[in-house]
Ligand binder design. Structure first.
Ligand code: TXA
Ligand code: MG
Length: 353
């Protein structure tokens, strides 16, 4: 049954009480509210209400075996969700240190779940993923609702994550009660998911906090290699699906420029001759070399990965809206935030270029 989706504007830094209070009432009644975080927009539901959480799967078309992150507004609220008795030695200390350093912020911690966490949230796993978002609107909403918010990214499953309220509307209008619109998000890629139930801790999804920075606090870390996702149950269920994909197929060059750019130009000319509308997703440095007839979206300078991360998903959605038949994209250096950028580009791509 379609519902009317109400969009309320909110100041991102000093959220007005009235819209936040209205949104919190929707959450307490078991409804769905899209809200801004520093990474991407999330789709919030009362994380302790199994019926509300079930609606998240339906609204997003999300596979049933993919669990949700619980968003909290304080460390106390986070640790109630954890069963420390089942934790690996040192997990509690590591969690405390990581929270002190990175919360609020784009880091999600996977820990043993306490019995209060509904199985709808964990998709049957015995662990729970928790994070405290660094956004005044998100924190105000969680506080006002009085419960942790289950919050997947507010896109239809498999689509690019939403970095603006328009993207949420594009995907979920008629399926959710409300959107709190506080303008574009800052980081642009999702949080880093770190599994503290294993030793050394494992980065299940690269994100807004880099592995290099995490290592300063936890020492040794393991990063998931593509090989870890082959056989058996995926360690982080969300990592096994095609993700972040715009409607037009995205082809990702295997080499950095200049070699990757040569390849992109050659393939673009071939596609153009075959009558296809070519879209390209490149950095500022390459934009002047792209033929004028092609549709170009830039994501900022290669020297500023923060800018690239912030603009990546919006650029994909822009190109699909322009009606291109194919998107040709270039890779980025795989260090720091570049790992998260390349992770999203690879998952969005339907093949190499
Ligand atoms: O930045 C973010 O993390 C955004 C904003 C809205 O907070 N949220 C987000 O949620 O990206 P979602 O549902 O799109 O992605 C959550 C990821 C998935 O890959 C999921 O499989 C993983 O976290 N995850 C959740 N619970 C887990 C658990 N107990 N163990 C392992 N992975 C888990
Ligand atoms: Mg997502």
């Amino acid at each position: 049954m379609p519902v009317a989706t109400v969009v309320l504007q909110v100041d991102p830094l000093r959220p007005d009480r009235a819209p936040v209070a209205r949104a919190a009432r929707v959450i307490r009644r078991g409804g769905l509210v899209a809200f801004p975080t520093e990474t991407v927009y999330g789709l919030g539901a009362d994380g302790l209400n199994p019926e509300a959480v079930k609606r998240l799967f339906a609204a997003k078309g999300r596979p049933q075996d993919n669990p949700f992150i619980l968003h909290v507004a304080s460390v106390e609220q986070a640790w109630v969700l954890v069963d420390w008795e089942r934790g690996r030695g040192g997990a509690r200390e590591a969690a405390g240190q990581l929270a002190a350093r990175f919360w609020p912020g784009p880091l999600t911690l996977v820990l043993p779940a306490a019995p209060v966490v509904p199985r709808e949230v964990t998709a049957g796993l015995d662990t729970v993923a928790i994070r405290m978002p660094d956004h005044a609107v998100a924190l105000a909403l969680i506080e006002e609702a009085g419960c942790p918010l289950a919050g997947p990214s507010a896109n239809v499953s498999g689509r690019p994550s939403p970095t603006a309220a328009e993207h949420v509307l594009e995907d979920l209008e008629g399926r959710i009660e409300m959107i709190l619109d506080a303008g574009p998000t800052g980081v642009g890629v999702e949080s880093t998911v770190l599994d503290l139930t294993r030793r050394p801790p494992v980065v299940l999804r690269p994100g807004g906090v880099t592995a290099e920075t995490l290592a300063e606090v936890v020492g040794e870390l393991r990063e998931l290699s593509p090989g870890d996702m082959g056989e058996g149950p995926a360690p982080s269920p969300g990592t096994k699906y095609r993700h972040y994909a715009p409607r037009a197929p995205l082809l990702l060059a295997t080499r950095l420029p200049p070699a990757g750019l040569e390849r992109l130009l050659a393939e673009g000319r071939r596609l153009e001759e075959a009558g296809r509308r070519v879209g390209v997703l490149v950095a500022d440095e390459e934009a002047p070399l792209i033929p004028a007839a092609w549709l170009v979206r830039t994501v900022g300078s290669r020297n500023h990965p923060r800018e690239v991360a912030a603009r990546l998903f919006a650029a994909m959605r822009d190109l699909e809206r322009l009606g291109v038949d194919v998107i040709l994209a270039l890779p980025y250096a795989e260090e720091g935030l570049g790992r998260a950028i390349m992770n999203r580009l690879r998952k969005a791509s339907s093949g190499p270029l």
